[in-house]
Design a protein around this ligand. Structure first.
Ligand code: HEM
Length: 191
């Protein structure tokens, strides 16, 4: 999808079933009833659309590390090309080290999670010019080894921080699905 900041969003994500089993679905090691469940981190992130829209295209692309039109990384041509975070031109990194994708990109396979971003666009209150942005949703087995390290790197240095503010955050345990004849939470109530 394309978010309200005009960027193609949701490109680098988990796809294959084995990765879901490792990084999204809980294995029940700590609590048997939670096997097959997952943890959702949900954040409402306001985007400063008025000042973002004052930026020129090149600055917007350097902030993200991807092109606005195709969503391709600045080191590639197609949306799904893998970004080369080491590439430089005349000694200057093509994707700046503080670009959103440079900091958000997983440092190891264990850190990867599933992202499902949604846009929100609420009517402005009297003293505001806009209230819109992203409902960020990530699904993972363990936020301590997945969401939190990524969020920490972004909080420390993400170039996008100038235009985004997290105004709501919550973590939910999502119960495992049910087989025919079962009901949601049945295994929890049985323990
Ligand atoms: C309003 C806030 C945000 C915006 C507008 C935004 C936008 C984007 C965009 C456009 C991409 C590149 C396309 C893609 O791969 O999906 C991206 C990548 C990514 N974002 Fe965000 N994002 C936001 C917040 C966050 C937060 C809070 C996190 C996690 C803490 C996060 C984690 C990631 C990750 C892991 C990637 C993939 C990096 C890669 O492997 O290339 N983002 N984001």
């Amino acid at each position: 999808m394309r978010n309200l900041m005009g960027q193609v969003d949701g490109t680098a994500n988990l796809h294959d079933e084995a990765a879901f089993d490792r990084n999204v679905w809980d294995d029940g090691a700590q609590q048997k009833w939670f096997a097959g469940g997952t943890v959702l981190v949900l954040r409402r992130i306001r985007a400063e659309m008025d000042t973002w829209d004052e930026l020129d295209r090149t600055s917007k692309e350097l902030t993200m590390g991807r092109r606005l039109d195709t969503g391709a990384p600045l080191t590639g041509e197609r949306e799904n090309d893998v970004p080369d975070l080491t590439a430089s031109r005349n000694g200057i990194p093509v994707i700046p080290p503080n670009a959103h994708i440079a900091l958000a990109r997983h440092r190891n396979d264990e850190e990867q999670f599933l992202r499902r971003p949604y846009n929100y666009d609420d009517p402005p209150s009297d003293d505001e010019t806009s209230d819109s942005g992203l409902i960020f949703a990530s699904y993972q087995r363990d936020p301590r080894r997945q969401f939190i390290p990524v969020q920490q790197r972004l909080a420390d240095a993400d170039a996008l921080n100038r235009w985004v503010t997290t105004i709501g955050s919550a973590t939910f345990a999502i119960l495992p699905g049910v087989a025919e004849g079962e009901h949601l939470g049945q295994r929890l109530l049985a323990t």
